[in-house]
Design a protein around this ligand. Structure first.
Ligand code: MEV
Length: 311
């Protein structure tokens, strides 16, 4: 056992396929490197958490940190370890659809295994993270765990091994935070209820979202940015029909499209959280982020998609 262990993870952005991924449809996610989390584990007289939200005994941590508590208890139980202190520092905004809960679980699990000085397979890592994600989100597809644990874009399908794929599209992705906490747990539940009440319409919307995702993958591989933008707009229509968008997201999406975006949609669980937009060049991306900020976005990021390109 080492004196301390360290682990890291990225935020993530779902490009296409949120919600439908819970029903077995494919989804595309990118690790979002501008935001990340680091966890450090050291042994301690009692279980202690130090984070931006809470500093003190883990037993007294608020209910919103139940996922961390449960994960630490499971890890300590599985490896019969003494109590630990967990220090978390994160630049991933919480509850904004950027996968902060999964990323924290990835970083903690990595830090724990580093502290134990044991190798950690990606399968075992995802098992622990999905265990913690069940506490956070109720019925997670596993996409947040897979995307925050990796360094490459993924095409994810629940229950299947996910594939990574190269980005071959010259475009810029804009991410904007509405400043409103997203409600993934509630929206996933509300969509499940819609499915119960109207399986036919909800099923059709899900199938279409799955098709749009596969088309988006081809658009990315074939450098078709305007087409990818159209697919994002089409996905947003379906997400709005599933009632997981809201007024704030709709406003920012409209503003992005009015300022030259090729397409725009919500990302993640919806009802708050973040939206994304696609721009063909950096100048337009800057124009869009300025317009989004003027419209009330609390933070914006620009990511060049080409950065992931590899031969
Ligand atoms: C949350 O980032 C994405 C959802 O599809 C839920 C999930 O996949 O677990 C809304």
């Amino acid at each position: 056992m080492k004196s301390s262990g360290e682990g890291n993870a990225n935020g993530k952005i779902i490009l296409m396929g949120e919600h439908s991924v819970v029903y077995g449809k494919p989804a595309i996610a990118f690790p979002f490197q501008p935001t990340h989390v680091t966890a450090e584990i050291t042994d301690h007289a009692y279980e202690k958490l130090r984070s931006g939200y809470f500093v003190g005994p883990l037993a007294k941590a608020p209910k919103s940190l139940e996922n961390i508590k449960t994960l630490i208890h499971q890890l300590r139980h599985d490896f019969s370890t003494p109590p630990v202190q967990i220090t978390i520092s994160s630049t991933i905004p919480a509850e904004r659809g950027m996968g902060s809960s999964a990323a924290v679980a990835v970083a903690i699990t990595r830090a724990f295994f580093d502290w134990l000085n044991r190798p950690l397979s990606s399968k075992l890592l995802l098992n622990y993270v999905n265990y913690a994600e069940k506490i956070s989100h109720g019925n997670p597809s596993g996409i947040d765990a897979a995307a925050t644990a990796g360094d490459e874009p993924i095409l994810f399908q629940k229950g299947a091994t996910f594939e990574t794929f190269p980005i071959n599209i010259s475009a810029f992705l804009i991410v904007a935070d509405t400043g409103v906490k997203g409600k993934t747990r509630q929206t996933v539940k509300a969509v499940a209820k819609r499915f119960e009440q109207d399986a036919q319409t909800t099923g059709r919307l899900m199938n279409e979202l799955g098709d749009l995702t596969l088309k988006a993958k081809n658009a990315i591989l074939n450098n078709q940015a305007p087409y990818l933008g159209e697919l994002m707009n089409a996905a947003q229509k379906n997400l709005a029909a599933l009632q997981v968008s809201d007024q704030t997201l709709d406003n920012l999406i409209t503003v992005a499209n009015q300022n030259g975006a090729l397409g725009a949609k919500l990302t993640g669980g919806g009802k708050g959280g973040c939206m994304i937009a696609l721009a063909s060049d950096y100048k337009t991306a800057k124009k869009i982020t300025t317009a989004l900020t003027n419209q009330g976005a609390k933070a914006t990021w620009i990511q060049e998609l080409g950065v992931y390109q590899y031969a």
